[in-house]
Design a protein around this ligand. Structure first.
Ligand SMILES: [Zn+2]
Length: 111
């Protein structure tokens, strides 16, 4: 699970990264900028919740990254669905004439 960190621990991690955002590499100015911790290796990809796997990121950069991750995951899902769709379509063996009568494509014979 994600561990909660004290303000002192948070400041230490921020200092360890020279107060630079891990995503856009621009300075994080506290307390003006709102910022989050981000997992360098996502927990979903086997990353740990150790300080070494955390970098500070601007809240806006983090939100943009999270959106991109969601888009990437959604895209993977779409590809899977498309593959299923193609598998379904592959059971369709014939073509149809303009009048709607089925025509077998000779190239598909024997499948
Ligand atoms: Zn940033």
């Amino acid at each position: 699970m994600r561990r909660r960190r004290t303000r002192e621990q948070a400041e230490a991690i921020l200092a360890a990264h020279d107060h630079l955002c891990g995503l856009c590499r621009m300075p994080i100015v506290t307390p003006r900028d709102s910022w989050h911790f981000d997992h360098i290796i996502p927990l979903a990809d086997g990353g740990t919740d150790d300080d070494a796997n955390l970098h500070p990121v601007h809240a806006k950069c983090h939100l943009a990254k999270t959106k991109a991750d969601i888009a990437r995951i959604a895209k993977g899902k779409r590809i899977k669905e498309r593959l299923h769709g193609e598998r379904r379509r592959s059971s369709f063996r014939g073509w149809r004439r303009f009048d709607g009568t089925p025509v077998e494509n000779p190239r598909w014979r024997g499948r």
